[in-house]
Design a protein around this ligand. Structure first.
Ligand SMILES: [Cu+2]
Length: 680
């Protein structure tokens, strides 16, 4: 929305800057996705393998790839080929990369580490930002994402949308949206001022939705939500060479229903703040940036609206993170080096109080996250070396990771299961990867190899009786887990011409010491109605394969199609299926432009889930196909412009659920939407 304020020239200028940046700084092939045309890139330029989805700018660019302008952040992310979403309702979807979820991926906001405060993953980081906060999201596969931290599956960095210092802008815009299915109301506004010395941005957005209805009309109880978000950015030049900038996001959601879970959330709140110093040149180095940041997350669960819970519970969770990083680049001969130091300190605390229906019995109290302090510091070095036709990229990272159980009660509770357990555990984590890229006029190929490792998450290592409603087990953390590691191989081949693009890509992950919960029948359950207790253990290994193809075709200036198909398969060392792995999925989209109107129609679907595992609570998910469509028009009113978009999602009102819907919660049925953006 921010950039909706941009005039057409400014938008074009920004587009040019981005394209230039792409070509010069070797950013990525998805520029094709950004400006919606297929580009043959200079064959001597190395191309980064990141996938990028433009979020803020999508309002001002003429070619919008999203059906809805005011989609949630998750809808934008979900449009990326390697990103999936685990859904527990209409709000706060959990992103996955390469079918790997929160523990195995690294999600940051402008490079800042943030950890959710929910023991049940009701609050992924992506739920604490709005589309008005973000310029774009960058996703890297596997170890290619190691510049922002240790990871197995990949990384996702959400880039905050800020005005550029040195530009001359004064803008104001308002946005509004409505959807029929769940009576979703969206209202937002933002303003920016920038000149040669400073810039200042402010934006605010509010969403409120009632229960949604699945295909064919069934009302999904407890699927309502309401959210406010406000953000401020500011920056000032200190000299010709240096600047200081700051950013603040405050996000607050209330009365959020999670229809797939036995509990809801009364409050999910985040304050995300940072201050950064930038210097263009430092001796032979360039683009020096140092940032200090802090974020605070509060998450309060609530079962007061559920009529039939066996026992009432209070479950608040808190997560605070302080962090810093400093990074710079060096261009020397044919090398482009990047160096980064980063560190964070996180404190995670969650508790549970159970109130028996019989008021004579005492309430029971447990620390579900025993005030775990995680201290992590790392060094990253990357080098891209230009070859005659292509490039060779190396990335290396090393981290020291320390966890301390600060609560004595928490420590002694865990010592029941692990008598030898000490207060502090220290781990060393590392990542090493290389990518060989071959580039020709119409073709490029890349081959990558990587090695990586990750520490167990707070839940995996220190969680105490965390109930998982998917497989109906209580989970106990295991602080003695080995680091999970991975060995990966990736390839991609892309053909581009002025009117078409074909891309084939694949990846293979071999993951020794794969961490997953396994049944421990010697332990007794805590949760009423649970089937038993699982403890996190290291499997010998697990393997994940994926294959995908993408096609783009352009006919003239006005017609374009995009389609993709993907396949994933994952098994453990015993040959058993891993949970939450996608069946064959496909997507086809056609875009047609005529006299300022833009029409989009898309078909999305998946095959029957053949490989599932009932030990993890899965059953077979049926195949489905849905149809979406939208029409938009930009109206110029003097110097102002109004962008109107309306359309339908799940036009045929199909009842469906996917492999990644928690407890088979059905997706939304037909919804009609109207989005308006007015730019002054
Ligand atoms: Cu929660």
């Amino acid at each position: 929305m921010k950039s909706f304020k941009l005039s057409a020239e400014a938008a074009l200028k920004r587009l040019k800057v981005i394209v230039l940046w792409l070509v010069v700084m070797s950013v990525n092939t998805t520029v094709a996705q950004f400006n919606n045309s297929i580009i043959v890139v200079d064959s001597l330029t190395p191309v980064s393998l990141k996938e990028v989805v433009v979020i803020g700018q999508s309002l001002s660019t003429k070619n919008i790839l999203q059906h809805k302008l005011l989609s949630g952040v998750e809808n934008y992310l979900e449009s990326m080929p390697s990103v999936g979403m685990v859904k527990r309702g209409a709000y706060a979807w959990e992103p996955t990369i390469n079918n790997m979820n929160t523990e195995r991926i690294n999600v940051t906001i402008d490079g800042m580490k943030i950890f959710g405060a929910c023991t049940d993953k009701m609050d992924p980081i992506t739920s604490y930002v709005e589309v008005s906060n973000l310029a774009k999201a960058e996703v890297s596969n596997g170890q290619q994402g190691s510049s922002i931290g240790n990871t197995i599956g990949g990384s996702m960095n959400l880039v905050i949308d800020k005005s550029e210092l040195g530009t001359d802008i004064q803008k104001l815009s308002i946005e509004s949206g409505f959807e029929t299915n769940n009576q979703l109301r969206i209202i937002g506004a933002d303003a920016s001022v920038a000149n040669k010395r400073y810039f200042f941005d402010i934006d605010a957005m509010h969403r409120k939705a009632e229960n949604y209805r699945a295909g064919s009309g069934e009302e999904i109880l407890y699927s309502q939500y309401s959210k406010y978000n406000i953000s401020l950015n500011g920056g000032v030049y200190l000299s010709n060479n240096s600047s200081l900038s700051t950013s603040l996001i405050y996000d607050r959601a209330n009365d959020i229903g999670y229809p797939a879970l036995p509990m809801d959330v009364s409050l999910a709140k985040a304050t995300i703040a940072s201050i950064a110093y930038q210097q263009k040149k430092l001796g032979a180095f360039t683009d020096w940036e140092s940032k200090l940041y802090f974020n605070n997350i509060t998450h309060i669960m609530d079962d007061s609206k559920r009529p039939d819970v066996p026992i009432r519970m209070d479950m608040p969770g808190y997560s605070d993170t302080f962090g810093a990083y400093s990074q710079l680049n060096l261009f020397k001969f044919k090398h482009h080096f990047s160096f980064k130091w980063d560190a964070f300190l996180n404190n995670s605390y969650a508790e549970m109080t159970m109130y028996p229906n019989n008021s004579y019995e005492k309430a029971m109290f447990m620390l579900t996250w025993p005030e775990v302090m995680s201290l992590d510091t790392g060094l990253f070095i990357g080098d891209t070396y230009k070859l005659k036709s292509g490039s060779l990229q190396f990335n290396a990272r090393i981290n020291a990771h320390q966890n301390t159980i600060q609560s004595e009660v928490g420590l002694s509770s865990l010592q029941i299961f692990f008598p030898e357990l000490s207060k502090t555990q220290i781990r060393m984590l590392s990542s090493l990867s290389m990518v060989y890229q071959l580039r020709f006029t119409n073709w490029d190929h890349s081959f990558g190899l990587g090695l990586g490792s990750r520490a167990p998450s707070v839940s995996e290592a220190y969680g105490f009786y965390l109930f998982n409603s998917f497989d109906n087990h209580d989970y106990i953390g295991n602080p003695l887990l080995e680091n999970e590691s991975s060995l990966e191989a990736t390839f991609s081949s892309t053909y581009r011409s002025n009117s078409s693009k074909v891309k084939l890509h694949g990846s293979f992950f071999h993951m020794p010491n794969y961490i997953i919960g396994t049944v421990d029948s010697s332990l007794s359950k805590m949760t009423f109605g649970a089937d038993g207790v699982k403890r996190y253990e290291n499997l010998d290994y697990a393997r994940l394969y994926s294959l995908g193809a993408e096609f783009e075709l352009k006919q003239g200036e006005n017609f374009k199609t995009k389609s993709s198909i993907s396949y994933h398969r994952a098994i453990d060392s015993e040959g058993e299926n891993l949970p939450f792995i996608a069946p064959i999925e496909y997507n086809f989209e056609g875009q047609f432009r005529y006299r300022g109107y833009q029409f989009i129609a898309s078909v999305q679907g998946a095959g029957t889930q053949i490989h599932y595992n009932s030990q993890y609570g899965e059953d077979q998910t049926a195949s489905y196909t849905i149809l979406n469509t939208s029409l938009s028009k930009r109206v110029y009113l003097g110097a102002n412009q109004l962008h109107i978009r309306f359309g339908a999602e799940n036009l045929l009102d199909t009842y469906y659920t996917t492999y990644s819907d928690w407890n088979n919660i059905p997706r939304m049925g037909r919804t009609l939407f109207l989005n308006l953006s007015y730019q002054l």
